[in-house]
Design a protein around this ligand. Structure first.
Ligand SMILES: *Cc1c(COP(=O)(O)O)cnc(C)c1O
Ligand SMILES: [Zn+2]
Length: 426
């Protein structure tokens, strides 16, 4: 407890001169207690997680459409300074939403869309959350950008810090894929490979955050700000569908933050009158080797039992997911479900998506595609309802997952006859 309360009392002050845009206060998700905007993440009353409360001004479709072609078009809905788009940053977001008729036909879905977040600066959705965390951290007085990471966050933090001219400290489990190590190290900054799994690394980060007052761990001591970045995925899906909500959406779950914030984004758009508040169902996707939320869902529990992750979907390998209970709330409230798939199915999912739509996703994408297939088979996803699946990371970072499964059709001498023979005389 000492560590937690140390981390709670920020020495950086809670100045009322902070410009965090429409953000009004931090509010406890459990007891509703409000506290001034600061670098805090747990409620002083009940230790529940804090999230951002807002006073939104009038926001119109036109004002959003006139904004930058990045997440900053939604800056009036985020806890960031008003001129945030003018500060050097990686400008993530506004990735493509594509109609996926060929994948839809394979899955038996009549109306399927892919939100392809591989198109971000470091090729995963983590650029969104890091950009918001950095903007808030700067305003809160921090000067070093840090994180514990399962890989994609490491890339995003190192790159965003480099672009902003900040030092970075990134902690990863030493078993991480080589590609994610190199694609972090290349940006400079400090990269520490820790002898332990992600949950060990996360614990270490919490300790370090309490010891270093100028270190902003994006997903620890500035987590309430960071988490809001995921709302932009929901905003974009709604805007790109022509200002309406989909009927179903399938989202991969690690800590569960992204899923709960896409839900929050949809709800806010409805409340602000930017879309009609039509009903939608949210589905969560996990790998069987790390499926604590899916297990709790299928057993009807409210409490998540932590697991020791063992899956190739390392970007989702969080055994003790902080937002797990809120994922269960969102999924149950909307009439969705949380499913899980084996590592074999993950690889099949990656290949199916690539073969049908020309999109190469990392293992998390394989989890999403394969879980979608399973939830259709189980009758939980309605094949006739408009469905969006979130592809959150790029396959080039997890080549190991497909390395033993795909390769050249044949290796041939350089003659057309050899080619004909190799192709069965076609
Ligand atoms: C981090 C991550 C997620 C899940 O994020 P949470 O908000 O922790 O649930 C999904 N996909 C990819 C590729 C990620 O890197
Ligand atoms: Zn509380």
């Amino acid at each position: 407890m000492t560590l937690l309360s140390d981390a709670l009392s920020t020495p950086l002050g809670t100045s009322t001169a902070l410009d965090l845009g429409p953000a009004r206060a931090l509010s406890c998700r459990e007891c509703g207690h409000e506290t001034p905007l600061a670098a805090e993440f747990a409620c002083a009353e009940c230790f529940g997680p804090l999230e951002i409360a807002y006073d939104f001004s009038d926001i119109t479709r036109e004002s959003i459409e006139a904004g930058p072609t990045s997440i900053w078009r939604y800056r009036d809905l985020l806890p960031v300074p008003r001129g945030v788009q003018d500060i050097p940053n990686t400008e993530p977001g506004l990735t493509r939403l594509i109609k996926a008729d060929r994948l839809g036909a394979e899955l038996g879905l009549r109306n399927l869309w892919i939100k392809d977040d591989t198109g971000n600066p470091t090729h995963s959705f983590k650029d969104r959350v890091v950009a918001v965390a950095l903007a808030a951290a700067r305003e809160l007085g921090f000067s070093v950008l840090c994180c514990p990471s399962t890989g994609n966050l490491a890339n995003a933090v190192a790159a965003a810090a480099a672009r902003a001219g900040w030092d970075s400290v990134v902690l990863i489990p030493k078993s991480l894929e080589q590609a994610k190590v190199l694609t972090t190290a290349v940006y400079g900054g400090t990269l520490l490979a820790v002898d332990g799994n992600y949950d060990d690394v996360n614990r270490l980060a919490t300790e370090l955050a309490a010891e270093h007052e100028d270190w902003a761990f994006v997903n620890v001591n500035v987590r309430p700000y960071y988490a809001e970045g995921s709302k932009t995925l929901g905003y974009e899906v709604a805007e790109q569908l022509g200002w309406r909500l989909p009927e179903q959406i399938v989202i991969p779950v690690a800590s569960g933050s992204q899923l709960t914030k896409v839900d929050k984004g949809f709800t806010e758009f409805g409340k602000l009158g930017l879309v009609e508040a039509t009903p939608y169902k949210i589905f969560g996707a996990q790998a069987t080797g790390c499926s604590p939320v899916a297990q709790a869902f299928s057993e009807g529990h409210d409490v998540i039992r932590p697991v020791r992750p063992d899956t190739i979907a390392r970007s989702l390998a969080i055994g003790n997911p902080a937002d797990g209970p809120y994922v269960l709330d969102a999924v149950r409230r909307t009439g969705g479900a949380v499913g899980h798939v084996s590592d074999e199915e993950v690889v099949e999912g990656i290949r199916l998506l690539a073969r049908t739509e020309g999109v190469f996703a990392e293992t998390a994408g394989g989890v999403t595609v394969a879980t979608t297939k399973k939830l259709i088979a189980e009758g939980r996803i309605d094949p006739d309802a408009e469905t969006v699946i979130l592809i959150t990371g790029d396959g080039l970072k997890t080549l190991d997952a497909v390395a033993g499964h795909v390769g050249p059709t044949a290796t041939v001498p350089s003659t057309s006859r050899a080619v004909r023979e190799a192709l069965g005389n076609r």
